[in-house]
Structure formats: C-alpha cells, structure tokens
Design a protein around this ligand. Structure first.
Ligand SMILES: NC(=O)C1=CN([C@@H]2O[C@H](COP(=O)(O)OP(=O)(O)OC[C@H]3O[C@@H](n4cnc5c(N)ncnc54)[C@H](O)[C@@H]3O)[C@@H](O)[C@H]2O)C=CC1
Ligand SMILES: O=C(CO)COP(=O)(O)O
Length: 321
C-alpha cells in the first residue's frame, strides 16, 4: 500500500497530515488512545492544533492495523515515547521507510530517533524530518523549509519528493545524526533563552546565549561525526533561531516561566527538558564542555538556582571565541 501513516496524533503529526492530504496524498493519523481519536473525528479538529479543520482524505484511527500496510510511516510522537511505541507496534508496521519527526535524545538510552528506529525495526531505512517550523504555520499553509535527512541517498531523494508540497519545501541531507542532534539541542538552548528573557537579562544576553549555545551544539554534534554544514543549516542554526526567539515555542515559553517563577502547564510538550538531562549526562561522561546544557539541566531539576547558574556561566575563565 502506498499510503502515508502518521504515528502520533499531536500538533505536528496533524499539521503534516493536513498539508500532505491537501496536496493529494492519502494519509492516516494513528492516535494511541481511542477516546482521543474519537474526539478528533467527532470535531474534525485536533485539540492540540485548534482551529485547523482536517481535510476529507486525512483519516484518524486508534487501530495500529490501519497504518500497518503503509509503505511510509512518519513518527510524530514525543521523543520520550518513541522507543516504547516502536517496541510495541514496530513489529506490525510493514513500512520500508520511517521518518522520525520528533526532536530529542532518549533519556533512558541516550539514543536519537534514527538509532531507535534502526534498532527496533530491522530492514527499515531511517530518515529524519526536522527544521524550523511550527505546526500551526505548516497547517495554515505558510511557507516552511525543513531538512529531510537520510543516509541512503536514493531513499532520501524519494522521500524528499514525496513529502514536499507547494508550501513545505524540503532540503535533502545524508547526515541524519547532524540533523537530529541540531533539532534536539536547539530545544535545550530555547529553554535557556526563555530563562534569559523571563528573568529580564535582556536581548543582548539572549544573542550571546544563542551564539555560545550554537558553539556548544556544534561541539556535541561533531563528537558524533556530524557535519558542521548540517549544524549551520535549517535543522541546526535555523531551528535554533526560530525556537529561541518566538513566543510560539513551548520550550522558550517553559524557560520564560522558569525565569519568572511562574506556573507552566505540565501537559504541554517540552522536549528540551528530558533532552537537557540526557545530553548533560552524555557530555559529562564523554568530557564535552556543555556549560549551557549543564546549567539548564541543573535549573530544571532544582539543583541550582537561576541566579547561581548565571553567575557560574559569567565567571568561567576568559578564552578565545
Ligand atoms: N508542534 C510543533 O510545532 C512541532 C513539533 N515537533 C516535534 O514533534 C514531536 C511531537 O510534538 P507535538 O506534535 O507538538 O506534540 P503534542 O504535544 O501536540 O502532542 C503529543 C501527542 O503525542 C501523542 N502521544 C503521547 N504519548 C504517546 C505514546 N506513548 N504513544 C503514542 N502517542 C503518544 C498523543 O497523541 C499526544 O497528543 C516532538 O518531538 C516535537 O518536538 C517538530 C516540529 C514542530
Ligand atoms: O520544533 C519546533 C519549531 O521548529 C517547535 O518548537 P517547540 O516544541 O518549542 O514549540
């Protein structure tokens, strides 16, 4: 079967489903809870993506069997759910290609999405779709440009063509590790940028944070063999800029709330929190200097106050840029 299965009924999976269906592709969204699938079908709208009507050729199901025959599956669950979803349902999915659309590092194993796919679904070619895009912008048909990364060049070309639409423009890369690490790490920096703004440290401090955060992202990704050009592209620098500067970002919003000591809805997906913990632990173990990430992990876990973290960051030894 040539349909597209979308595993994960959140804002992003729904937005991709909408834009793909609008450009004539047959797509089915799988939700892990039957009641949630019913709610979407009955209202023809996903509460995670309010105000967007679902086109007729976009189906919603809670039966994994309904996407089992799709030759292409987009994985749109939150990152920390990916391993368990593939462990439970991977064996029934017959897709040749799986595209990870989630951003982060698995806290339990320290793995990124493509490694998790490769491990749980033998014979599947893993790919990654990532870059600067808010689900609401994609669903409204606003122009967006993303990176489609796949180590298999032929598969990458086919996926790029299949998933591009008149408003969703995909650039190709063969550096899956670089692409997925850019998307994972920028969320940690967005929390830090939110903290900077929430505590009133100012726009200049945010620009410094973004720049030094980017240096940190490059150090970490290059230690995994990522290409510097990938980090400088849409999946790294592009998404870093969007997420650190937009009120629409949940990671940025979480950081602002931390900075203001304000309540933040725990139901909201904030990928950067678990990823900060995962990356901080890996960086410590591998001896990679990641001061911003370490500070974010310590602040969200209550091991350090924001004031202390800022003082420590500013009193690090002076060095060359
Ligand atoms: N919302 C956005 O603008 C964008 C999101 N992403 C990424 O997409 C991924 C998903 O994010 P959103 O769609 O925004 O999340 P969301 O918060 O809108 O929805 C999360 C949904 O995931 C599903 N889910 C949760 N746990 C699950 C499990 N154990 N098994 C199966 N499904 C489960 C549920 O349907 C839930 O509603 C994240 O990694 C995020 O970083 C990427 C680009 C843009
Ligand atoms: O990844 C995103 C934009 O590219 C969405 O960011 P948030 O998860 O912070 O809302």
């Amino acid at each position: 079967m040539t349909g597209i299965g979308i595993a994960g009924a959140g804002a992003f999976g729904t937005a991709l489903g909408v834009v793909l269906a609008q450009s004539g592709r047959r797509a089915t969204i799988w939700a892990h809870q039957a009641a949630f699938a019913d709610r979407i079908r009955n209202s023809n709208e996903n509460p995670r993506l309010p105000g967007v009507a679902l086109p007729e050729n976009l189906s919603v199901t809670s039966e994994i069997a309904d996407i089992a025959e799709c030759d292409l599956v987009l994985l749109t669950t939150p990152m920390q759910a990916l391993a368990s979803v593939l462990e439970t349902h991977g064996p029934v999915l017959k897709a040749r290609h799986m595209v990870a659309c989630c951003k982060g590092v698995d806290l339990a194993t320290g793995r990124g999405p493509s490694a998790i796919i490769a491990e749980s679904c033998t014979g599947v070619v893993p790919a990654v779709l990532t870059g600067p895009s808010f689900a609401a912008d994609i669903a409204r048909g606003l122009p967006t440009a993303l990176t489609l990364a796949c180590a298999d060049a032929k598969a990458g070309i086919a996926l790029q063509e299949r998933l591009s639409t008149p408003t969703l423009r995909l650039y190709r890369s063969s550096d899956t590790v670089g692409a997925e690490l850019g998307g994972a790490l920028k969320n940690v920096m967005a929390i830090a940028a939110g903290i900077v703004i929430g505590t009133g440290l100012g726009e200049s401090a945010r620009a410094a944070l973004i720049t030094r955060g980017f240096a940190e992202m490059q150090r970490f990704a290059q230690s995994y063999g990522a290409e510097p050009e990938t980090l400088a592209g849409l999946s790294g620098f592009g998404d870093l800029v969007l997420t650190c500067t937009s009120q629409q970002s949940r990671n940025f919003g979480y950081g602002v709330a931390l900075g203001r000591n304000a309540w933040f809805d725990p139901e909201i997906t904030v990928e950067g929190a678990a990823t900060a913990r995962a990356v901080a632990a890996i960086a410590r173990a591998r001896g990679i200097d990641m001061p911003v990430t370490q500070s974010v992990a310590q602040v969200i876990d209550g091991h350090r106050s924001i004031e202390e973290a800022v003082k420590i960051l500013l009193s690090r030894p002076l060095k060359e840029e």
